[in-house]
Design a protein around this ligand. Structure first.
Ligand SMILES: Nc1ncnc2c1ncn2[C@@H]1O[C@H](COP(=O)(O)OP(=O)(O)OP(=O)(O)O)[C@@H](O)[C@H]1O
Ligand SMILES: [Mg+2]
Length: 386
C-alpha cells in the first residue's frame, strides 16, 4: 500500500479510529474541510475521505478542490439521498458511503489506493454451511485451489478457531496462527507473509488458529475485520471457511465478505436451515452477496433444485456433484480435486464456481471484477432450469 497520506477532511475522531484499525499501514491525516486545491496538492495525498456533515456545502467545495488537486475522494454522508449522491459525484467524488458503513468505507478506500497503483483490492469469499457436514470445507479448500490455479494469489482462512479442520484436510502442520498474524499485523508485509504463512502444494496460503487455541479469544470482531482487510491487500482472493453460526465473529466475517456461498444439500434439515440462514442474511442486509450452492448434488433426488429454490427462497446458483470416492481420496492424501480427479464432474462443478467468483472465463486473465450479481447470472440460467 502507498505511503502517501490519506486525508480525512472534517471527519470525526470515531472515523479516524475505525480506519486506523482496518488500515494499519495507511498514513491517515485528519485535516480541516475547506482547504484550497493548492493546499491539497501540497499535501501529496493518495486519497481523501470527506464528511458531508455538519456542513454539506463546505463538503462539496472540498470535494471539488480535491478533484482539482487530482486527489480521489470518498464522500461520507448520513443519508442515501439521490440528490446528495449525484451532487457529490458531479463535484468529482469517486464514491459515496453511508456514515456507519465502516466495511463499505474501508473497501472503497482500499480500492482507491489500489487503483492508484494500478491494482484492485482482493475479493473475499465466505463459504457458509446451512448446517454441519454439508461440505463447506471441501468446497472452500477446492475453490481456493482453483482460484490459485487461475493466477489469483489465494489465502484460505479457517475461522473455526477451536475445532477447525482445514489443516487436517490439507495435511498441513500447525504454523503461524490467526492470532499471530493479528498480533503482528503492523509489521507484516507481503514477503514476510510469504515466508511465515503455511503453504499447500497447490500454492494456496493457509491461515488457521492451529495449535494456538488458547489465544483464540484474542480474535475479537474488530481484530477479525482488520485481519480480513489486511489479507485483502495482499491476496487476490481470500476464502473463508469455518463460519457457521451468526455469532459476532461470523457476522464480522460476513460484513467483510464480497460474496457468500450458502452451502446446502438435498436433505430436509439442510434445506430448512438454509431457509433460516437466508432470512438472517436478509436481516443483516447481506442477501445480495448470497449465492445458494447445492453440494453432493444428485439429479434423481426428490428434492431437486427447483424444490430447493422454492423452499429456501433463493435461486440455486450452482450444483456440485456427489462424488464421495474422489473427495475422500483427496482428504486421505491431503490433495485437492484438481490434482486428484481433474476430469471428474465434482471438480468441473467447483471450477464453474471459481469462474463465477472471478467473473472470467478460464482462458481470460482475471480482469475488472464485476458485481457478484452480474457474474452469477449465467449460472442461474444453466442450473436453475434443470
Ligand atoms: N461433493 C461431495 N461429494 C461427496 N462427498 C462430499 C462432497 N463434499 C463433501 N463431501 C463429504 O462430506 C463430508 C463433510 O464434508 P466437509 O467436512 O467438507 O463438510 P463441512 O460442512 O465442512 O463439515 P463441518 O460441519 O464438520 O465443518 C465429508 O465426508 C466429505 O468427504
Ligand atoms: Mg468444515
Amino acid at each position: 500500500m502507498t505511503t502517501r497520506p490519506v486525508l480525512l477532511a472534517g471527519a470525526p475522531e470515531s472515523l479516524l479510529q475505525q480506519l486506523r484499525g482496518a488500515l494499519p499501514n495507511a498514513v491517515l491525516k485528519p485535516c480541516k474541510a475547506g482547504l484550497s486545491a493548492e493546499q491539497f496538492r501540497a499535501a501529496g495525498a493518495a486519497a481523501a475521505v470527506v464528511a458531508l456533515e455538519p456542513d454539506p456545502e463546505t463538503g462539496f467545495r472540498t470535494v471539488r478542490d480535491l478533484a482539482l488537486a487530482g486527489v480521489p475522494a470518498i464522500v461520507v454522508g448520513s443519508q442515501k439521498d439521490a440528490d446528495l449522491i449525484l451532487r457529490a459525484m458531479r463535484e468529482g467524488a469517486k464514491e459515496f458511503v453511508l456514515v456507519g458503513d465502516g466495511p463499505g468505507l474501508v473497501r472503497a478506500l482500499r480500492a482507491l489506493l489500489r487503483g492508484g497503483e494500478g491494482r484492485t483490492a482482493g475479493a473475499v469469499h465466505a463459504v457458509f454451511p446451512s448446517k454441519g457436514g454439508v461440505g463447506a470445507t471441501t468446497l472452500a479448500a477446492n475453490l481456493a485451489g482453483l482460484l490459485q490455479a487461475r493466477g489469483e494469489r489465494t489465502c484460505l482462512v479457517d475461522l473455526n478457531l477451536n475445532m477447525g479442520d482445514v489443516l487436517a484436510f490439507l495435511d498441513l502442520p500447525g504454523g503461524f496462527s490467526i492470532s499471530d498474524v493479528i498480533a503482528n499485523i503492523g509489521r507484516l508485509d507481503r514477503s514476510l507473509l510469504d515466508t511465515t504463512l503455511l503453504r499447500h502444494r497447490s500454492g494456496i496460503h493457509v491461515l488457521a488458529q492451529s495449535h494456538r487455541v488458547e489465544d483464540a479469544d484474542r480474535v475479537d470482531p474488530g481484530a477479525l475485520s482488520a485481519l480480513i482487510g489486511f489479507l485483502r491487500e495482499h491476496y487476490g482472493a481470500v476464502v473463508l471457511d469455518g463460519l457457521r453460526s451468526f455469532d459476532d465473529l461470523s457476522v464480522a466475517a460476513l460484513d467483510a465478505s464480497d460474496n457468500v456461498l450458502l452451502v446446502a444439500t438435498q436433505e430436509v434439515p439442510a434445506v430448512r436451515d438454509a431457509r433460516r440462514c437466508v432470512q438472517l442474511f436478509q436481516r443483516l442486509g447481506h442477501d445480495r452477496k448470497l449465492a445458494l450452492v447445492v453440494n453432493r448434488y444428485q439429479k434423481q433426488l426428490e428434492i431437486d433444485v427447483q424444490v430447493m429454490a422454492d423452499t429456501v427462497g433463493e435461486p440455486v446458483r450452482a450444483t456440485v456433484a456427489n462424488d464421495y470416492p474422489a473427495v475422500i481420496r483427496c482428504v486421505n492424501k491431503g490433495l485437492l480435486l484438481a490434482e486428484e480427479a481433474p476430469k471428474a464432474q465434482v471438480t468441473r462443478d467447483c471450477d464453474a464456481i471459481a469462474t463465477l467468483l472471478l467473473g472470467t472465463e478460464p482462458e481470460q486473465q482475471p480482469a475488472a471484477k464485476r458485481s457478484f450479481f452480474q457474474r452469477i447470472l449465467p449460472l442461474r440460467a444453466s442450473h436453475a432450469t434443470e
